[in-house]
Design a protein around this ligand. Structure first.
Ligand SMILES: [Zn+2]
Length: 394
């Protein structure tokens, strides 16, 4: 597909200029000023164009709980939020074979055809007994494996898994937590597990990514690890980065002001590599019955632009790095720059849009978020994938 976006502010981690961008056959072929084109044209006056967003952590609840979300509703939410690539967490159970789940997700996503997904598999819940053998059977279909609740794996098992991942060039994504500790000690559990996994990562050289960092002390551990190796990365969710609603039920729990200040420092000094949503749709009744989670995929840009750029004065280049360039590098896809040869996956933003987050506005099947009523500036108005407009607010 061929398309030209004209007279728009072009942003990636290393670019901030007004100009035009041309996509031919799904790829960026020219970026410049006053480009000539015979193709369909979008007038981008007063708008911003960035590489579309990449989410390293989202739950589409498919096939396990499709009343809460499925690949279609999740995809519709994703494109509304400016995303074209989602790393899906494993939302299946023991009744589904891993291979069957992978085949189901990939073929259903292909049929829907809106975004690209990668399906992670989980170690720690389903795969304790024969972890390495299962990785052997699927390692040509996956780029990463997730250690869910890392405390479920012994040092010996974790060491074996890390050596296997290093050998097969798989990224290990770690949800560092210890749910065996008494409630109220989630930060302690996160620090202990981050330290343990980090030390084993240093020993093995395994590429290790800590997802949804949620405590300042765990961030300090990660900063120390990153001084020793470039194989450690991490992400934070918008709700952990911004929300002070410490009673809102998400896992890991939201923290107070002191941690939030440290997260901002982590963004500024580069300790935090990426924003990931941990998009976790839950019905109201489920939340009342003790389940946790927050939807995030439709809100992440609005929240981050409002908080990081408008309130804290950070540049849009930083947002682009956190939401496109870095997560692309972490998961191993060529994306995140507005340069010739890169894919024509773009997000167009109206930076002046002012709106409040409404419960009624979600494409997702759920609206659980601590940000209802929160006023944001800036909104995704178009999402383009391989030169096709796949979301258009107008
Ligand atoms: Zn999650």
């Amino acid at each position: 597909m061929n398309i030209m976006v004209k007279n728009i502010r072009l942003i990636d981690p290393f670019l901030d200029q007004v100009g035009d961008i041309l996509i031919e056959d799904g790829k960026i072929t020219q970026v410049g000023i006053d480009l000539e084109s015979r193709y369909e044209m979008i007038d981008g006056t007063n708008c911003i164009c960035m590489p579309s967003f990449v989410d390293l952590h989202a739950h589409f609840r498919d096939p396990l709980s499709t009343c809460k979300e499925d690949i279609l509703s999740g995809s519709l939410g994703a494109v509304k939020g400016g995303y074209t690539f989602i790393n899906l967490m494993y939302d299946s159970d023991d009744s589904w074979d891993i291979n069957k789940t992978l085949d189901y997700v990939y073929s259903k996503n292909k049929e829907i055809g809106l975004i690209d997904v990668h399906q992670s598999i989980f170690i720690g819940r389903h795969l304790d007994e024969n972890t390495l053998e299962i990785i052997n059977t699927i390692s040509d279909k996956v780029k990463n494996v997730v250690v869910e609740r890392s405390m479920n794996l012994s040092n010996t098992k974790l060491l074996e898994v890390m050596r296997k991942c290093k050998n097969d060039n798989l990224l290990l994504i770690v949800q560092a937590e210890d749910r065996n500790l008494p409630s109220g000690m989630s930060s302690m559990g996160e620090v202990l597990e981050t330290s343990r996994c980090g030390i084993l990562a240093l020993e093995t050289g395994c590429r290790t990514h800590f997802t949804h960092v949620s405590s300042k002390d765990a961030l300090i551990v990660i900063k120390g690890l990153k001084e020793k190796t470039n194989k450690i990365t991490c992400d934070i969710t918008p709700h952990h980065l911004i929300s002070t609603e410490t009673e809102y039920p998400v896992n890991p729990p939201l923290k107070a002001e002191e941690d939030i200040k440290m997260f901002l420092r982590g963004i500024i000094d580069g300790t935090i590599d990426s924003i990931a949503t941990d998009h976790a749709p839950q019905k109201k009744n489920d939340m009342l019955n003790g389940l946790t989670g927050a939807v995030g995929i439709e809100l992440a840009f609005r929240l981050c632009f409002t908080y990081l750029c408008r309130e804290q004065g950070l540049s849009l280049n930083v947002i682009s790095k956190l939401m496109s360039f870095n997560p692309s590098n972490i998961i191993g896809i060529k994306h995140g720059l507005l340069r010739t040869g890169y894919n024509g996956n773009l997000t167009i933003i109206d930076p002046l849009n002012e709106s409040a987050i409404l419960e009624s506005e979600f494409a997702s099947k759920c609206s659980n978020t601590p940000f209802i009523g929160y006023k944001t500036i800036g909104k995704v108005i178009k999402t383009i994938k391989n030169g096709h407009v796949i979301f258009d607010l107008c």
